[in-house]
Write a protein that binds this ligand. Sequence first.
Ligand SMILES: Nc1ncnc2c1ncn2[C@@H]1O[C@H](COP(=O)(O)OP(=O)(O)OP(=O)(O)O)[C@@H](O)[C@H]1O
Ligand SMILES: [Mg+2]
Length: 353
Amino acid sequence: MPGAIYAEGLVKTFGDVRALDGVDIDVPEGTVLGLLGPNGAGKTTAVRVLTTLIQPDSGRAEVAGIDVLRQPNRVRASIGLSGQFAAVDEYLTGRENLQMVGQLYQLSGRDAKKRAGELLERFNLAEAADRTAKTYSGGMRRRLDLAAALVVRPPVMFMDEPTTGLDPRNRQALWDVIQDLVAGGTTLLLTTQYLEEADHLAHSIAVVDLGRIIARGTSDELKDATGGDVVEVVVQDRAHLSTAREVLARLGQGEVVVEDHTRRLTVPVEGGAKLLAEVIRELDAEGIEINDIGLRRPTLDDVFISLTGHSAEDAPLSRENAPGTDPEAAESHPEAGAANRPRTRADQQEEGK
Ligand SMILES: Nc1ncnc2c1ncn2[C@@H]1O[C@H](COP(=O)(O)OP(=O)(O)OP(=O)(O)O)[C@@H](O)[C@H]1O
Ligand SMILES: [Mg+2]
């Protein structure tokens, strides 16, 4: 049986850009899927298709068992959405915004008021509740928008980068709210650019790049796919970078990434602390002075490099730098000519040879 959020072969193009290039999703009821990917990967496009805001070119989707293309109105009545950009009415107060949403969803005046009060408290907005939203900071608007999405406790929720722009305290508060919701049976799809966030909240993670899902699994499975842990070294002298790279290539499990300006090298490793000791010994034997060294769990960027051969930050470039594209045209129309874009930077280098 398909899950509470289900999609098969979703394709959506904007001109030459394949924002979704055959996306399959299946989220079991009462669980959280984290859709993780860099800027321009297609996360918002996927959310917009699943929440009926745009139609895909092909593919099909069901939300709460309802066909998204055939019965969009019924889908809308079963979902909550918090978009990437907060949608609040600037001229109403925080409280009025939330009460209005409650009434739109046919709560009684009394219930709408009660729910608004609870949510304002929950999102640390109680003190500002009776000021117009116009006077709110970016993070406050973001929280008000999230609260608005939670007024009616829908069975299926979509949150597009819910914690972007929140300070650590409010991020934690939102994480708590999300965990409560899910404990109450809500199914959630959330997008994020942070592996730690998906780590914390999601039962399963789908990594998106260039409109495709390039990996799925739990956070630990994804991290293990990079080789487990990452050794990070900062050398004292830039002249030692290339020897240090050779040492790490010999002891590590994958590509060594060298950041020239910070004199930092990273490599995925297996073998934890024991291996770290070995790296230190070998660097010392080569006479390389170390400023800093450590073992850490992989970040999204490490996962990305291991999956695609390019870093998450570079990903949007690979849409622009497609072969056969006039670089100037690509600059003025960043998405122009991206139809034949390479899947990875590594492919791109291969083709350039
Ligand atoms: N309405 C549109 N018209 C033209 N191109 C679009 C449109 N919407 C999205 N795109 C393009 O589709 C691709 C995917 O965009 P999308 O907004 O889904 O990415 P995203 O993963 O949400 O990125 P971000 O992390 O920056 O929010 C991008 O190349 C974007 O420029
Ligand atoms: Mg987006």
